[in-house]
Structures are given as structure tokens and as C-alpha cells.
Write a protein that binds this ligand. Sequence first.
Ligand SMILES: [Zn+2]
Length: 256
Amino acid sequence: MGLLDVHCHLDFPQFDKDLNEVIERARNAGVKFIVQNGVNPKSNRKSIIIAEKYPDIVKLALGLYPVDALDLTDEQFDDELKFIENNKDRIVALGEVGIDHHWAKEEEKDSGKKQAENFEKIITLAEKIRKPLIVHSRDAEKEAFELLQSSGAKKVVMHCFNADFDTIKKAEDAGYYFTVPCIIVRSKHFQKMAKKVSLDRLFTETDAPFMSPFQGKRNEPVHVAETIKKIAEILDKKEKDVEDQMIDNYKRFFGK
Ligand SMILES: [Zn+2]
């Protein structure tokens, strides 16, 4: 049925020179859906242009990456949420959003509180416009999950979710979905996730240009094929069956 990349960043400068070729390679390999995730105001506008240029394959998510959001004033932050709301009919999700304690600068003492506040506003917007959330939670896995729970978020994808398996189980019980990045080829955590989480709750993703299955290389959507191969091997299933399940999951969750 085809391949799926539910989280990537084609707007990043790493793709400026050869985006046409990257998309062409994805099409030729049978990629059906690529969800382009915006991370800040500039990135969101560039993401819209990319999604309009390749409407057959690129689907749009607009968001505010938690670290980038810290660079905005409250007014700029609220304006961007308004911008996202105004574009609700062209998006399949709000992403990339969440909480980050890994990249957020040490000196920003208040960042934790501010990030939680920002994330709550984003969750409220997602519920208002009835769109799923694609959530980043690096070094803040439990906190992000608990905030989603207490804010009543229902449609959630935990992207590259590095939580302990108790929290993963709780998130699965709450109806959340998870992504499996291409680094599953060498990551014991994601290999275990593929084994323990029901296959109908998983999506393949690249986070391209980052997290390549081939160390030191730029990642791109076509590489989700490496993830399919690995999941099939772990579950002792046919690659085609894993692919079909991912596309089914996409259609059920994002609705077409
Ligand atoms: Zn990302």
C-alpha cells in the first residue's frame, strides 16, 4: 500500500538544494504520506509553501517547537497560535510541539514553567480546532505525558518517545500513538517499543534531516523503508504487512 513518514522537517536548510530530488526519491519508493512539521513562525510559513508545492504527498502540520517558542514574546506566541488556527483547514495536526529539557538553555531558569504554560495553550488550541498533537518530549517524557493527561488531550502522537516502559504503557492505555524513528536500526529502546506496543498504535517517521539510519548522513523520508524492514524482522512479519498497517494507522488517526 505504501510508506509513511509522519514527522519530518523538509523546510530545514539541509534540503534547500535538492528538495525536488528528495520528494522524487520518496515517490519512487512508494511513500504515500509525508507530514511536514513546522517549528517556528518562519518555518511554519515555509512549510505551507512546501505542502502546496507537493500536495499529492506532503501533508502539513504547523507548530511551535518548545525551545524556539522561548525566543518569542507572549504576544508573538499568541499571534502564532492565531495564525495556526486561521490555517486549520490546511493542517492534519499541530506539530512539532511539546516540552524539552535537553536543548533548552541552562540559563533560562524559568523555562520549565514557561514551557508548560506554552504547551497547555497549544493543547487547548488542539482541542478547540479538533486536531491531533505531534509531541516532542526530550528529557521531559513523563512531564509531557502528565500535562497532556491533565489537559484532557485525546488525539496524541508521542514522537521519538524515550520514556520508561511504565509511562509508555500508560500512554498506550490512554489511546496515544507513538512514532518509530529510523534509528531503530541501532536503538534498543525503539526495538523494544516495536515489540511491546501494539502495531496499530505505531507510525514510521524520520525527523529528517536528523536521526538517519546511516550514521553521519542526512536523513530523508525514503529511509522509513529501513524502519519497516527492522519492525518486520522484530515481529517476524512480512514487510508489506507492516507497511499496510502503518498506512491504515495514518488513515484512521489523521482521517485520509
Ligand atoms: Zn522534529
